[in-house]
Design a binder for this molecule. Structure first.
Ligand code: PMP
Length: 384
């Protein structure tokens, strides 16, 4: 059976060159990067090179990059590492953050901290008025994701970070989905901390990074050994880090070509679906969105049912965010954008990738037309 993967926002395959770069560090060069002998030094050198590549991709200094197990850990670290020891027990985050921010905030609230959720508009863009109003009182941190994983809306991070700087409030952004899709420049954008994930940019899973601006004090989150200049304990995942570095380098090198092609396919898919299926709504900002994100609500058809039927014809997509797809709850992102529950629960996220072709999109559109017709006819029968 044909298999088409349109779930690249959930995870990507590992780039073949990145994989090749990793292999020696599983086998002959298996040293611990903290060891003093030659094995350790070779591992440490490879980690340093990867650090430099990742720093270069966001215009940071290598010593401002700390390796973690992924963006989930980076997000947990920054919130806990700032908020828990700051005199202001108040943190501001957008209402559409990833679960790794939302659940950490829920825990902070249980522990007596005040978390405020900054509103977004119907296109997913942050309400600057709401941010300004909330910044009138002291806060420990503002965290707003660069690009949303469900609807793909890209925030005006420059303006948000500048406002925070003017008010003297540190600013963190989760750029897990954004890296490679848009240019990130932590210095120009005045970003104090930024989370990254390897497996969104064709690197291996289970590795990520937190950028922390030099001089910005963030408490330790993982306790143990003195790795990562004594700021993040735990033996480094050397093969993963090497793969992450290689994947980022390749992503940055090829982003112009890849993004242009993928964006054309995105626009083609949206127009084809809207032309061939009535009552379909695009979620998220029309233009200010990730090049690979197509999030659509199919009125009168249930998202989970669409997903299962797509899977039956070999098409992989997602409802809400991947981490939520076993939970039949409306997406908190679409709710925050004011999408009513019916359309919320009829939404599907297609996320295109480097190997997506026009033929793939044509196949998906043909299958979608059939699936939506069938589901709508069933629901019409039920409604009678
Ligand atoms: N933030 C965003 C915006 C994401 O899309 C993801 C991955 N779904 C994460 C954080 C978590 O990243 P990781 O899988 O590396 O922990």
């Amino acid at each position: 059976m044909k298999r088409i993967y349109l779930d690249n926002a959930a995870t990507t395959y590992t780039n073949a060159d990145a994989l090749q770069a990793m292999i020696p560090f599983f086998t002959n060069e298996h040293g611990n990067a903290a060891s003093l002998h030659s094995y350790g030094r070779i591992a440490e050198k490879a980690v340093s090179e990867a650090r430099a590549k990742i720093a270069a991709a966001i215009n940071a200094k290598p010593q401002e990059i700390y390796f973690t197990s992924g963006a989930t850990e980076s997000n947990n670290w920054i919130l806990n590492g700032i908020v828990r020891n700051c005199p202001h027990k108040r943190v501001l985050v957008s209402a559409i953050e990833h679960q790794s921010i939302m659940e950490t905030c829920a825990q902070l609230e249980k522990d007596g901290y005040i978390v405020e959720y900054i509103k977004v508009g119907s296109d997913g863009l942050l309400s600057m008025n709401d941010l300004v109003a909330r910044l009138s009182k002291p806060a420990s941190l503002v965290s707003v994701m660069t690009a949303n994983n469900e609807v793909g809306t890209i925030q005006y991070i420059n303006s948000i970070a500048s406002l925070c700087e003017q008010r003297g409030v540190p600013f963190h952004t989760d750029a897990a989905q954004a890296l490679g899709s848009i240019m990130m420049n932590v210095k120009e954008m005045k970003i104090d901390a930024l989370s990254l994930s390897s497996h969104k940019v064709y690197g291996p899973k289970g590795v990520g990074a937190l950028y922390v601006r030099d001089g910005f004090k963030v408490d330790k989150f993982m306790h143990g050994g003195h790795q990562e200049r004594n700021r993040r304990a735990g033996t480094l995942n050397v093969p993963g880090i090497v793969g992450f570095g290689a994947a980022v380098e390749i992503t940055m090198r090829d982003s112009g070509v890849n993004n242009g092609r993928i964006k054309t396919l995105r626009e083609y898919m949206i127009s084809q679906v809207q032309e061939k299926i009535p009552n379909v709504y695009l979620n998220g900002h029309k233009t200010q969105r990730l090049v690979n994100n197509v999030n659509l609500s199919f009125a009168g058809a249930e998202g989970e049912a669409i997903l299962i039927m797509l899977d039956m014809v070999g098409i992989a997509a997602s409802t809400g965010s991947a981490c939520n797809s076993n939970v039949l709850e409306p997406s908190h992102v679409l709710s925050a954008m004011g999408v009513e529950d019916g359309l919320n629960q009829s939404s599907i996220r297609f996320s295109l990738g480097r190997n997506t072709t026009r033929e793939d999109i044509d196949y998906v559109v043909v299958e979608l037309v059939k699936i939506i017709k069938r589901l709508r006819s069933i629901s019409a029968v039920k409604a009678k």
